[in-house]
Design a protein around this ligand. Structure first.
Ligand SMILES: Nc1nc2c(ncn2[C@@H]2O[C@H](COP(=O)(O)OP(=O)(O)OP(=O)(O)O)[C@@H](O)[C@H]2O)c(=O)[nH]1
Ligand SMILES: [Mg+2]
Ligand SMILES: [Zn+2]
Length: 356
């Protein structure tokens, strides 16, 4: 009996050692580009590897069209041909996700592990609506990603556009979001942007043609990213950038707080004095994902403080009596524009739940 047990123990020890040795040695890196089934991975020593996903990699909740996104920290096994096979993705600090298409239930992760979302907007052509900006801001709030708005192409502003700009700026400043006036073309306001983003992983998002790639080129001229032909995008709404990509940019010359690049869970890839710029394809409409009507108002920072004052705990702030949000609106303490967008998003969420 005793002998049998010892044998069993010895066998399990052998099996354990065998399994440990059988585990492939893993390397790790940061996904900086995804094209089809290939992932470009940046290594801690600055090198890069092209990797594919392990054949039986389980899709997260299988609702997402892309199981791995730029910004992901991955573990891969090196192959003889120099490429890698991704076995695992580290837990994400956060991510920005949208509907793959307007009515789709499938979702697409734009990027993960983001320190700052810069919404690039324009008031000339194309005109960015506050509805679009608010959908992106609500998503950023939900995932705890700080956000700001960069109004580009101010070189094209006439008096009327400056007036509109100042109105829109007042709305977002009051809601607590920093607003910048920039011109990628003329270099206006870029020093402030550099101060803002230095040492961070920054996602640039917005409509096609607002100048995201032009801005990245202006921030770091060595990038030489493809920029749209002005006549092309205005006529056809052409998308010049077709996939998201991270560009590590040495930002030693920009002011970097000593702890701005402090190690997070991606420490080995976050070289000090580097800023990670994420260029993305333009989005027409930002389809929000997985929100419930009850929590929506929490993602409007200027409404949050008012919520406990509503008479009903489940107040939708539409027509309920004793609603503190409606009161603030009537007193002009809350932007009518933001409130209108709140109602629009609320309606989207409710219609979405009724869809099969
Ligand atoms: N006047 C003016 N034009 C600009 C400015 N920034 C960009 N543009 C022009 O706007 C057009 C679109 O710029 P892109 O950088 O390609 O825009 P994008 O946001 O990257 O577009 P997608 O890649 O399609 O999403 C180009 O013709 C740029 O030259 C600016 O500050 N002022
Ligand atoms: Mg672009
Ligand atoms: Zn209310």
């Amino acid at each position: 009996m005793k002998c049998k047990n010892t044998k069993k123990k010895a066998l399990s020890v052998l099996l354990f050692i065998f399994l440990v040795f059988l585990q492939p040695e893993m390397e790790e890196g940061l996904v900086i580009r995804t094209t089809g089934s290939w992932y470009r991975v940046l290594l801690a020593d600055g090198g890069q590897r092209d990797c594919r996903l392990r054949g039986n990699y389980r899709l997260r909740g299988n609702k997402q069209t892309n199981p791995v996104a730029v910004g992901d920290h991955v573990f891969f096994e090196l192959q003889d041909d120099g490429t890698g096979v991704i076995h695992d993705v580290a837990d994400r600090k956060n991510y920005i996700v949208r509907r793959a298409t307007k009515l789709s239930k499938q979702t697409h992760v734009i990027a993960s592990n983001i320190d700052l979302l810069c919404i690039v907007a324009t008031l000339g052509l194309p005109r960015t609506s506050t509805g679009f900006i608010d959908r992106l801001l609500v998503t950023a709030e939900a995932y705890h990603i700080p956000a700001c708005i960069l109004f580009n192409k101010v070189d094209l502003y006439d008096e009327e556009l400056w007036e509109i700009h100042n109105e829109v700026k007042a709305i977002y400043t009051a809601a607590g979001y920093p607003v910048y006036e920039i011109s990628a073309l003329e270099g206006t306001g870029l020093d402030e942007v550099k101060q803002l983003i230095a040492g961070k992983t920054v996602l640039f998002s917005g409509h096609s043609g607002v100048g995201k790639s032009a801005l990245l080129n202006a921030l770091s001229p060595g990038l030489a990213l493809k920029v749209g032909d002005i006549s092309d995008w205005s006529l056809k709404g052409k998308h010049t950038t077709t996939f998201a990509e991270i560009f590590p940019v040495e930002s030693g010359k920009w002011k970097v707080e000593s702890d701005a690049a402090a190690p997070g869970n991606l420490s080995s890839f976050h070289f000090p004095f580097y800023t990670y710029l994420i260029d993305t394809p333009g989005i027409k409409e930002f389809g929000m994902v997985d929100f419930n009507a009850q929590e929506l108002s929490h993602f409007f920072p200027e409404m949050r403080a008012l919520l406990p004052k509503c008479r009903f705990a489940n107040c939708t702030h539409r027509h309920e009596p004793g609603c503190a949000v409606k009161e603030a609106l009537d007193e002009g303490l809350l932007s009518a524009e933001r409130y209108k967008n709140y109602l629009g998003i609320l309606e989207d969420i409710e219609t979405d739940y009724q869809r099969p």
